[in-house]
Design a binder for this molecule. Structure first.
Ligand SMILES: Cc1cc2nc3c(=O)[nH]c(=O)nc-3n(C[C@H](O)[C@H](O)[C@H](O)COP(=O)(O)O)c2cc1C
Length: 214
């Protein structure tokens, strides 16, 4: 055991990356444990939450990459994964489902943390229904076994909405009904940073490395 990195993980890493033992130090192996935070966003709010989680996890001493799902080309064995998306009309965006299908095998090998932005009002009913929607959507990927799934309050800003076709057509209508909905942002940044800190601690525990969690 060196620097908190145990032999089991070292063997796993070596097997995964096909690197022969003398070429690489144990301490370096620990440092190479990557945390990938992959998010799917339309109007940007999920991306901002992903960045905030990335900041906290990185401050805890772990190597983090925060990426839009379109920019994820591969998921290396040994990578810890956090996934984020928003709900739209009761569903995850199509491209998020495509991402989960594309990386089905890799994601089946990890226990990813999942966050789902949805409710834009602090109403218990909205959260309960979003939770149900999120579980149903995740259930479409039976190989995915999240370590944790959280529905988070989201952001609605009619002046800066970006939607996918055909919903985007609504925004072009002179009588766009969304304009009448008041803007809101109920993202709870304190909670988000605390959750990210707990994720960092769990990853560190998995690797037996102690993080510098605030
Ligand atoms: C057209 C539209 C449909 C939405 N549908 C849902 C929904 O079905 N359930 C829910 O909980 N939130 C819903 N929301 C709220 C979004 O999930 C929330 O605004 C989120 O923060 C958007 O994330 P993004 O900025 O990353 O795209 C909807 C928002 C819009 C604009």
């Amino acid at each position: 055991m060196l620097g908190g990195c145990d032999g089991w993980h070292v063997e796993l890493y070596l097997a995964a990356s096909r690197i022969t033992r003398p070429e690489i130090g144990l301490r370096e192996l620990c440092m190479r444990t990557q945390v990938l935070i992959a998010y799917c966003t339309r109007s940007g709010s999920t991306g901002e939450v992903a960045q905030a989680i990335g900041q906290t996890v990185s401050e805890a001493g772990l190597a983090v990459q925060v990426k839009a799902i379109a920019d994820v080309e591969s998921i290396m064995a040994g990578t810890e994964v956090v996934l984020g998306t928003a709900l739209y009309i009761g569903h995850f965006p199509k491209e998020f489902h495509q991402f989960l299908t594309r990386f089905e095998k890799e994601l089946a090998e990890v226990r990813p943390w999942v966050f789902v932005l949805g409710p834009t009002e602090k109403e218990r009913k909205q959260f309960a229904s979003a939770e149900e929607q999120a579980r149903r959507e995740l259930g479409k990927h039976p190989l995915l076994r999240p370590a944790d799934m959280r529905v988070l309050g989201g952001k609605f800003d009619p002046a800066h909405l970006k939607l996918a076709f055909p919903m985007s057509l609504i925004l072009k209508l002179p009588a766009n009904p969304m304009k009448k909905i008041p803007a809101s942002d109920i993202r709870d940044w304190d909670w988000i940073h605390r959750w990210a800190g707990a994720i960092a601690e769990e990853i560190a525990a998995r690797m037996s490395v102690s993080p510098m969690v605030r």
